[in-house]
Design a binder for this molecule. Sequence first.
Ligand code: PEP
Ligand code: MG
Length: 756
Amino acid sequence: MRDSAGGPRVLLRRLRELMAEALDPQERLDHIVREIAQNMVAEVCSLYVLRADSMLELYATEGLNPGAVHLAQLRLGQGLVGTIAASARPLNLSDAQKHPAFTYLPETGEEVYHSFLGVPVLRAGRTLGVLVVQNRTMRHYREDEIEALETVAMVIAEMIATGDLARLTRPGIELDLSRPVSMTGLPFNEGVGLGHVVLHEPRIVVTALFNEDSDDELDRLETALDSLRLSIDDMLSRRDVAFEGEHRAVLEAYRMFANDRGWVRRLKEAINNGLTAEAAVEKVQSDMRARMMHMTDPYLRERMSDFDDLANRLLRQLMGRGPDALAEILPKDAIIVARSMGAAELLDYPRQKLRGLVLEEGAPTSHIVIVARAIGLPTVGQVKGAVSMSENGDAIIVDGEDGQVHLRPQGDVEEAYAEKVRFRARRQKLYQELRDRPTETRDGVPVDLMMNAGLAVDLPQLAQSGAAGIGLFRTELQFMVAAAFPRVEAQERLYREVLEAADGKPVTFRTIDIGGDKVLPYFKGAQHEENPALGWRAIRLTLDRPGLLRTQIRALLKAAGGRELRMMLPMVTEVSEVRQARDIIDREVRHLSRFGYLLPTRLKLGAMIEVPALLWQLEELMQAVDFVSVGSNDLFQFVTATDRGNTRIAERFDPLSVPFLRILRQIVRAGDQYGTPVTLCGELAGRPISAMALLGIGFRSISMAPAAIGPVKAMLCELLLSDLSVVMEEALANHSASTDIRALLRDFANKHSIAL
Ligand code: PEP
Ligand code: MG
C-alpha cells in the first residue's frame, strides 16, 4: 500500500489556495480533483453532483475520460455512486467490479480500475453529491484516508451550497440543493404565509474551514467542550421546574453525548486533518445527521436531534455567539421553522416581521400553537424533516388551511398561492363588512362572539375583529414571557390597559393558570411531577400560594376601579375551591376599601369547567358562581384521557362526537336551569363547523382566537338555528355514540348553503 503524498493537511492547504484563486468554477473543480488524486496517490478522482431530478452527474474527473464530464450520470441508488448517495455512507472496495451494485458506464473508461473509495458530499445532513477516488491495483483504503476524503468532501459541499456550481448546470436542470420540496403536516392555524425561512435554532454557518495550527484548535475544542459539560452539569444540578421532566431527560442525554468518546475522537481527527474546531463539529455532525435520516426508529431519531442541538451549543461556545443573534437580521417576511419551541420564545420575535410558523412537533391545543393563533400566525405543525430540509433564507410558503408547506416553491406554485392570498384578502374584506352587522343567526337569535387574548399585543384585534368582548384573558401569558414574577404594579398596568382598550366591552380575566405545560422558569416552588397536567397547577397552586393569588387579585381590583370586574378560576375541581377564592377576594376588597381605593362597580366571579368531576356538581356550582366557561381543551383532554400536547394522539378522538357534545349540552342545560350564563372558550369555538355544533346544542356565547371571529360570524349569519337545534337534539338523543356528527353537520351546512 502506498502512502499519501503529503497527507490531508497539505491537501487542505492546496484547496484553500485554489478557493482563493480567480478561476472559473469548472477550472477550479478540475484543479481540485487533480490535487486530490495526486495527494491520495490515486489514478482517478471524480466528483458527482446530485441534481433535483435525482440523477448524479459527473461534474469533474481526473483519470476518467474527460469527455464524460456532464454526460455520465447515475440514478440515486444506482451503481456504487448512487448507493453511496442514497445511504449517505462511504464505500471502500478493493475490487469494485465484484460489488453487486457496480454499474459500468462505458463513456468513462473506468474498467481498468479495481479499488474504489467513495464518500458522500454532505451538508447539514443532506447528500449533495459523491466524491470518488480509484486505483488500478486492488487496495483497501485506510481509515485515515476515508477521513481525509470526507474532509475534502465537506469543502466541496460548501462550494455547492454557496451556489458556485449552479453556474455549471445545463439549462433546465437544477441541483438537488435548490430542489423544491413540498411537505404535509397538520393545519394548526389558518392563513397563508409567503416568506423566507428563519431557523429558530439557526445552523451556525462555519466560514473558517481550515486551521493554521492543529494544536491550537485542539486546545480550543477542549476548552469549549469543558464549558459545555460544565454548563450542562450546572443546569442539571439546578432544581428548577424548567429543567424537570422531559427537559431533564434531554439534558441527561446531552451530558451523555458530551462525554461520548467516539464523538470527541471524531472531532479531534477532523482537526488533525486540518479543519478548524468549528468545521470539525460541523463535519462530524453532518455525517451523523445524514445517517440519522436513514433511521426509522423514532426514539433513535429523537436522540439524534438532541445530538444536533448539542453540536449547535458547542458551535456557539466556540464562536462565542449568543443564541439569538439571528433575530436581529430577521427578514421582513420571516417564517419560523423549528423542531418545537416555547410560547415565550415565539413572542421574542417582532410580530410585524412574522408571516408564519412551521413546527416539526406541536399539537393543536399546545400553548405554542395557542399563542401563534392569538397573534394570527399561519401555522402548520408535525411537519417531519422541516428543519433539516430548510436553509436560512430559503423561500417558503405555509398554508395553514390544508397543512401544506412548500419549500423553495416553483413559479407556478408561488403564483397559485399569490392568488390564494388575494382570494383570502377578498374574504377578509367580506368579514369586515360583516363586522358591523348584528351578530345574530338568520332566524334572529343573538349570539355573543368573544375573543381570547393574553397580552397587550392582542388588544387592537378587539376593534378589528368586532368581538363583543374578551371572553378569556389568559393572564399567565404575562408571567410566561417575563424573566421574573411580574410585580403588582406591572400586572395592574396591563389589566388597566386591557380594560381601557375594551372600552366598556366585558373582559373576563382568568387568574393565573400555570403549572402543567405552562412552565415559569423562574418559579422555584414547583417540583418534578410524573403527570404535570394532573398535578399542582392553576387554582390548586394559587390556593396553596395565596400570596400569588392575592397580588393578582389586588392588581385586578385596582385596575378595574370604577368598572365591572369579571374574574374566572381555572381548573376548578370542587366547588369549595371557588369559596376559598371568594374569601381571598373579599378580604382584598375589604383591605383596599379600608385604604380608600376606588373599587370595581360590580364584581363577577366565574369558574372554568375543565375537570370532569365538576359535571357531577353542576347544581351546586351554578349557584356558587356568577358565570361558567367551558375550557374545552382541558375538558376534552380529561374526558377522553388524551394528553392535549401529545402529537401522536392529537387527532385520535373527535370533540364533535355524541358523548362530548352530550356533556356540553348538559352544562348548557344546568346553566339555563339556574340562570347562570354559560360560555365556552376552548379552541372548539374557533372553527365554523364546531361553533355551529355549539350553537346547535344551546350555547349563545363563545370565545375564540380573534381571527376566527370573521369566519364564525359568516357561518352564523346564514344559520337557521331552530332547524339545526332540532337536528342536533335528535342526533344526541337517539343516535349511537359512534354517529358521525361531523358528517351530519357538513350535510346540514351543504343543504343550507353555509360555508364552513
Ligand atoms: C381550555 O382548557 O380550554 C382553556 C381555554 O384553557 P387553556 O387552553 O389556556 O388551558
Ligand atoms: Mg385550560
